[in-house]
Design a protein around this ligand. Structure first.
Ligand code: MLC
Ligand code: AMP
Length: 486
């Protein structure tokens, strides 16, 4: 369990580099000394607030703002700046932040007008108020991260400071992650992968985050030449990187000089694993987690990974497979194959869904086991292989979790849509892509009109990649759409 500060390297800061952002409109870097000063200044301005939102662009001000919130002991709600109107409204009313932290030059949408704005300028003069006082304990909330379910609006996952700290420390053991490491990635900063692992991870170690803006061969090879030792990405990014590197042997060799490549948030295909390995000489390590549980399992740095698995449970985390109920979930022959529902117990578990005690109560057993909804089996070496997911209405696209119901509801609000069914279809690049089957009310509209409608209400990554018009949808006797028949 966490004791002491979340970021020990900020207590007595040095001139070692903490953060570096390149390839975006907010290029810049901060040493630990500078970060302590500038985040300290922001922390002083928000001290005592109950919660703050951070306009989570992939930039230096975002990282500074999150550190400031955590230093001040104020829970942080990272907000996807590409959220549509509906989703942004929900996140704001549900999390009720007392201020919005953003870079000074960012134009914020009208929905944020009533909120106190705190500008976060990484070039501002450092705080003169000295180090903040004692940080809250391990049970205190650190972050509220919004994640989609099968239906309804996204839920705010409350992650405690202890969950964050213990999970990062366990990952550090698995990957021999130290303050000497420079982590390169190009992940968004409003989800667990890019924010907790990708930003708080290096800062907790006293190492460096180098955010690249995009995980291209050019950016990444330059970063490794410049000292990056570790790389994080979602499978879609590795898939695209592989194509890039196949056309650039020099960049592939450079990436090969990194120490460790890690993939997560969705399954890396065996094909892409083999491509990256042939190009860089690295076997990508996969790790597996959820917003609600943080990371459960990881392939270790000091062992050759078993391709097709997500490694073994992290130190301090228990993972078990529960029998699958016969009717709905179990694929045929599940029992013989040793398949089960993945459950986890350990210090990384969330504290609950914000404002949703009933939904929270249903997720975890009295003795602390959380059912992930994923289906897996153990391999002979003790690693976990994931084989599927119980809910067909959850789609993982580009590493983003997307609820079919949320998109269906958005589409149904369009006057030209009479009926709709959304599902995920297998996609080489995105893993799964969102496909909407639509029965039009009258003449079918242009697909782009419906896509723009979804982007306006939700977020761009939730948009259907394809709209297929049908005269009717297959329904069972109860009137429920039979998605399997689509
Ligand atoms: C495209 N865009 C549009 C648009 N079409 N904007 C408005 N209207 C439209 N019709 C924008 C997109 O927002 C995007 O902007 C840009 O154009 C390119 O669009 P895209 O092609 O859809 O993006 P894409 O290339 O598909 O993105 C691929 C990706 C992305 C891999 C970069 O999916 C990604 O960042 N994934 C990471 C997801 C992640 O972090 N998951 C972790 C969850 S935590 P822009 O500026 O956004 O590029 C978790 C736990 C764990 O799962 O284990 O980690
Ligand atoms: P999220 O709600 O965005 O945190 O997504 C969590 C889900 O992502 C898990 O329930 C898994 O289905 C999926 N996931 C995360 N990591 C992996 C991985 N390495 N391989 C396969 N699926 C993964």
């Amino acid at each position: 369990m966490q004791t002491g500060p979340l970021f020990p390297a900020l207590t007595d800061p040095t001139d070692a580099q903490a953060l570096r952002f390149s390839g975006s409109t907010h290029d810049g870097a901060l040493t630990y000394r500078q970060l302590a000063g500038v985040a300290g200044g922001v922390a002083a301005r928000i001290a005592g607030l109950s919660r703050v939102a951070v306009w989570a662009t992939p930039t230096l001000p975002t990282a500074v703002a999150v550190v400031a919130g955590l230093r001040a002991g104020v829970p942080v709600v990272p907000v996807n700046p590409k959220n549509g109107e509906r989703e942004l409204g929900h996140v704001l009313s549900d999390s009720a932040p007392e201020a919005i932290l953003a870079a000074p030059d960012v134009a914020l949408p009208a929905a944020l007008d009533g909120l106190r704005r705190v500008d976060v300028d990484p070039t501002a003069a450092p705080s003169t108020t000295g180090a903040p006082g004692d940080e809250p304990g391990a049970d205190a909330p650190a972050l509220v991260v919004y994640t989609s379910g099968t239906t309804g609006a996204p839920k705010g996952v409350v992650l405690s400071r202890g969950a964050v700290a213990s999970n990062l420390d366990a990952l550090a053991q698995a990957w021999a992650w130290t303050g000497d490491d420079v982590l390169a990635h190009a992940l968004p900063l409003f989800h667990v992968h890019g924010l907790v692992l990708g930003t708080l991870g290096p800062l907790r170690r006293g190492g460096t985050l180098h955010h690249l803006g995009a995980l291209s061969a050019t950016e990444l090879s330059a970063a490794v030449d410049g000292g990056a030792t570790m790389v994080f990405g979602v499978p879609t990014q590795y898939h695209r990187l592989a194509a890039d590197l196949e056309a650039d042997a020099g960049a592939a060799a450079a990436v090969g000089r990194a120490r460790l490549l890690v993939s997560g948030s969705a399954a890396l295909t065996a094909v892409d694993h083999a491509r990256i390995s042939a190009l860089t000489g690295h076997s990508v390590r996969e790790r597996y987690g959820l917003t609600e549980t943080l990371i459960l399992t990881a392939a270790r740095a000091d062992e050759e990974p078993e391709v097709g698995t997500v490694g073994r449970p992290l130190p301090g985390t228990e993972v078990r497979l529960a029998p699958l109920p016969a009717e709905a979930d179990a694929p045929e022959g599940a029992e013989e194959d040793g398949l089960g529902g993945v459950e986890v117990r350990g210090p990384g578990l969330f504290s609950g869904y914000l404002n949703l005690p009933d939904a929270t109560a249903g997720t975890t057993t009295a003795d602390g086991w959380y059912a992930t909804g994923d289906i897996g089996r153990w391999t002979a070496s003790g690693a976990l292989a994931l084989v599927g997911r119980k809910a067909t209405d959850l789609i993982k696209s580009g590493g983003y979790k997307i609820g079919a119901g949320e998109i269906e509801n958005a589409l149904l609000e369009h006057p030209a849509v009479a009926e709709v069914a959304v599902l995920g279809e297998s996609d080489e690049d995105l893993g799964e892509r969102v496909v909407a089957y639509v029965v039009a009310d009258g003449a079918p509209p242009e697909p782009d009109v419906l896509v723009a409608h979804v982007v306006g209400l939700l977020a761009a990554h939730k948009r259907p990649r394809e709209i297929r018009f049908r005269d009717s949808l297959p329904r069972n006797d109860m009137g429920k759409v039979q998605k399997k028949l689509l």
